[in-house]
Design a protein around this ligand. Sequence first.
Ligand code: B16
Ligand code: MG
Length: 215
Amino acid sequence: MNKKAVIFDLDGVVVNTAKYHYLAWKKLAAELGFVFDESHNEKLKGVSRMESLRIVLDAGEIKGLSDEEKQSLADRKNSYYLDMISTLDESEILPGITEFICKLKDERYKIALGSASKSGRMILEKVGLAQQFDIIVDGNRVEQAKPNPQVFTVGADLLGIPYGSCIVIEDAAAGVEAAVACGMKCIGVGSADILCRANIVVADTRGLLGIQMPI
Ligand code: B16
Ligand code: MG
């Protein structure tokens, strides 16, 4: 049988760390003197830490910072985020994900992580899922952020599986774009309007258990 893989995004698919990213950015924004609300939050999903900072600074109309100042703000946000996720455990795994991974393993899919987050491996370890993954590609292993497909192609290359035999599970428009760009199939989790380029869209992670896999 030909090898095939399912590549999971992390934030919004395996665990709901998006709320902690949001709260950490909101805290930073408050210190900078503006309110960062949920209307901007969708844009942060799946994009890198520095691109997220650019979006947040844009929302606050803050301009003219040096690279050092930007790095220091990104580091500050990350320290808030790490504090917030310090007590993360298996109760934060999104509904149906543990069962879905078991089902995929029974069906002989390889399991990979393809996350923009530099904390990706640490989060999988905290929630007790790291051992289930054949390969973990997180923000420490890639230079190009989604919608560039590098975070998915590196995993497929390491597994030796052609891109056309990989299915990406994503909650962010940037991640769906990345999957489509490298010829992988994509299952979106969330709004069909936002994730319209995915092959299949389910409203939430529970829905993954009922779908017919595209390969
Ligand atoms: P970090 P994913 C992404 O995770 C988040 O959705 C995004 O909001 C965050 O900015 C990015 O990781 C980088 O995270 O600051 O921890 O390196 O959806 O690709 O799993
Ligand atoms: Mg995500």
